[in-house]
Write a new protein. Structure first.
Length: 144
């Protein structure tokens, strides 16, 4: 957490914050194949692809669809141990076996979601989940 806080100190541009956060998490956490953000467009009611590290990804996701859309719609974290068992799963990356999505909410408004995929089932244990929720909180706090 200290490394991320130091990296983001004084920065308030959301794209810059999310780009470096994706890169850092991808570097320091093993067994991940996608780390990134989808940003929420309030006018279009749409999540659109933001900064990420990993394979080519879906460019748009509607709230309520897939893991990202479910987390966005309900504004709560979704931890899927086996994506093949998630109803309505959207396969943006065939290598993904598990997924964690944390909604980004600031001042009561949805900003987007922090999306992390892993090539193994059950990758997101309690410790890693807490770490990634804390990362998301730092991102939200850093954005103007």
């Amino acid at each position: 957490m200290q490394q991320l806080s130091a990296l983001l100190a004084g920065e308030h541009q959301s794209i810059t914050i999310m780009a470096n956060t994706s890169a850092l998490v991808n570097q320091v956490v093993s067994q991940l194949n996608w780390v990134g953000f989808y940003l929420y467009d309030h006018d279009k009611d749409d999540l659109f692809l933001g900064p990420f590290q990993g394979n080519v990804a879906c460019m748009h996701i509607k709230p309520g669809h897939g893991v990202c859309g479910t987390a966005a719609q309900h504004r709560h974290m979704v931890n899927v141990e086996d994506v093949s068992r998630f109803p309505g799963y959207i396969s943006c990356d065939a290598d993904a076996q598990s997924e964690l999505v944390v909604p980004l909410v600031k001042d009561g408004k949805l900003i987007g979601v922090f999306d992390i995929d892993a090539p193994v089932k059950g990758r997101f244990d309690d410790d890693l989940t807490k770490f990634l929720i804390d990362v998301a909180a730092i991102v939200v706090k850093s954005i103007d």
